[in-house]
Design a protein around this ligand. Structure first.
Ligand SMILES: NC(=O)c1ccc[n+]([C@@H]2O[C@H](COP(=O)([O-])OP(=O)(O)OC[C@H]3O[C@@H](n4cnc5c(N)ncnc54)[C@H](OP(=O)(O)O)[C@@H]3O)[C@@H](O)[C@H]2O)c1
Length: 292
């Protein structure tokens, strides 16, 4: 059982409490830079590391975790490591194989969270619903056998989720693109109503929302950085954001979102940015076709 005890999000019936903010590892190249960034993030105080086979840096993520354990005198169970199965590996057997490749690449004995990175969708697969259910069967087996502490999905909309809600172990997490300009509030509420923790990817819209004039005005008003406004926005939606930074100062600053609160009125104004789709990646899980 995990000993992660920062204020945060209870993960279903697992007894695990997730921290308020996690650390993203997309686009950090495999090698020294990634090992350093992951280790540095953990030393700075991050306890949740978000990775994926698709990021092609899982050797380094594992090394970074081990380096941080030494440097910060932590145990493996103090750190919550996530990976994800990519859409070209959906289906029972391919998911099993992808999971054990990830486990081997990271050099870890178990993962904390394994996610379906994107749902099989009608644009890519005729039998998309069946494929998601088959994949979920593998996920439940990995969970049942203790290779992973928790299982979930990413980029699943309500119609993708519905087929999994009656499973023996329903998804515990849905990781979604969430930032000012793309709050997905109705889907977040749906996930919360069904007991899922919602994680928010690209909390800064990959940096694109940080110089928006409303965000910079709120940063001035609250005497915080634009990034902290975005992270606080996620927190007040009940979402666990997973910002990526390779810079130690920004890593540290991105953890400090608990000493201020956005007013209800300012939350409403931020939610209204959805109309402009500010910073939206355009990656619609019903339309996107993925390749390796
Ligand atoms: N499930 C999915 O489909 C999915 C999709 C995309 C991403 N993700 C996950 O979500 C994580 C985060 O998303 P992301 O990497 O796309 O983008 P992001 O976290 O929204 O933005 C990262 C960018 O913001 C900059 N940044 C970080 N902190 C900052 C600060 N305090 N002030 C100014 N700039 C700052 C970073 O630069 P520096 O590094 O120079 O600080 C980087 O250029 C990913 O790493 C990945 O783990 C998941």
């Amino acid at each position: 059982m995990s000993t992660i005890e920062q204020a945060g999000f209870s993960l279903g019936s697992t007894g695990i409490v997730l921290p308020q903010v996690g650390f993203g590892t997309w686009a950090i190249p495999e090698g020294k830079e990634c090992v350093r960034a992951v280790a540095q993030a953990i030393v700075c105080g991050y306890r949740l590391i978000d990775g994926a086979a698709f990021y092609k840096n899982e050797h380094s993520v594992g090394q970074g975790v081990r380096l941080a354990m030494q440097k910060a005198n932590l145990n493996r169970k103090d750190i919550f490591v996530t990976s994800k199965v990519w859409p070209t590996n959906l289906g029972y057997q391919k998911t099993m194989d992808a999971f054990f490749k990830t486990l081997n690449d990271t050099g870890l004995d178990y993962l904390d969270l394994y996610l379906i990175h994107w749902p099989a969708n009608a644009a890519s697969f005729e039998n998309w619903e069946e494929l998601n259910v088959d994949t979920w069967r593998a996920m439940q087996e990995l969970y049942g056998e203790g290779y992973v502490q928790a299982i979930g999905v990413s980029n699943f909309k309500e119609h993708h989720l519905r087929a999994l809600l009656n499973a023996d172990v329903p998804p515990m997490v849905n990781q979604l693109e969430i930032h000012p300009g793309h709050s997905q509030k109705a889907l977040v509420d749906f996930c919360h109503d069904h007991g899922m923790v919602v994680e928010g990817w690209s909390p800064f819209g990959r940096g694109a929302v940080l110089d928006n004039e409303l965000i910079t005005a709120l940063a001035q008003k609250y005497e915080r950085s634009p990034a902290q406004i975005c992270l606080r926005f996620a927190a007040q939606l009940g979402v666990l954001p997973i910002p990526k930074s390779s810079n130690t100062e920004r890593m540290r600053a991105n953890l400090k979102i608990n000493d201020f609160e956005l007013s209800t009125e300012d939350m409403e104004t931020l939610l209204a940015l959805d109309e402009q789709q500010l910073g939206y990646s355009g990656e619609d899980s019903d339309l996107i076709v993925h390749h390796d």
